[in-house]
Design a binder for this molecule. Sequence first.
Ligand SMILES: [Zn+2]
Length: 213
Amino acid sequence: MEANLESNRATAGFTVKKEAEANLPTEFGNFRIVGFRSVNSDEEFVALVKGEIKTDRSILVRIHSQCLTGDVFHSLKCDCGPQLKRAMEMVQAEGSGIIVYQQQEGRGIGIVNKIRAYALQDEGADTIEANLRLGFDIDHRRYDQCAEVIKLLGARRVRLMSNNPDKLRASQDAGLDVVERIPLEIRPKAQSFKYLVAKKEKMGHLLKLNGVY
Ligand SMILES: [Zn+2]
């Protein structure tokens, strides 16, 4: 009874709920893998967690948006796969941290529409133009529930590994104290350069993009 009251109190006001947790040994080191579900949609979130997460420590955090083509198939069209790998290496080296895996494929349009967008890119459109031509906004992602996951894991002060100003802003708006931004800039490949230029120039991503290719 006491424990139930405690867990109800702990999650009051949150729209995500922790559902499961287990060990996950990886090529990069040992992590805990924690599963969350949204209470107001069918969205699921996964977090990789390492070490002790405390509100008074500044915690290394990555909010990684699912990219099936980059994360799993090692596509050269974007920098997602190498970013995830580097984030895992950095958390491992630090000995603590959180990686939230947000399953909003293709900036929220889903994998099939993302393939449609890639077909338009084959004909010369950039990543933004392709989304717009398909009738979507540039970016459908929301980060408030990712911030809730981070809070439920016990972090408040975060060092956010990201080049995306929207993620920084959303994290702050959701009540996280972003004490530092840690760039996650991957050296562009010939195939990803146009995509990264569009992200820099049209979405304001914080990329240098020098020293290429
Ligand atoms: Zn990607």
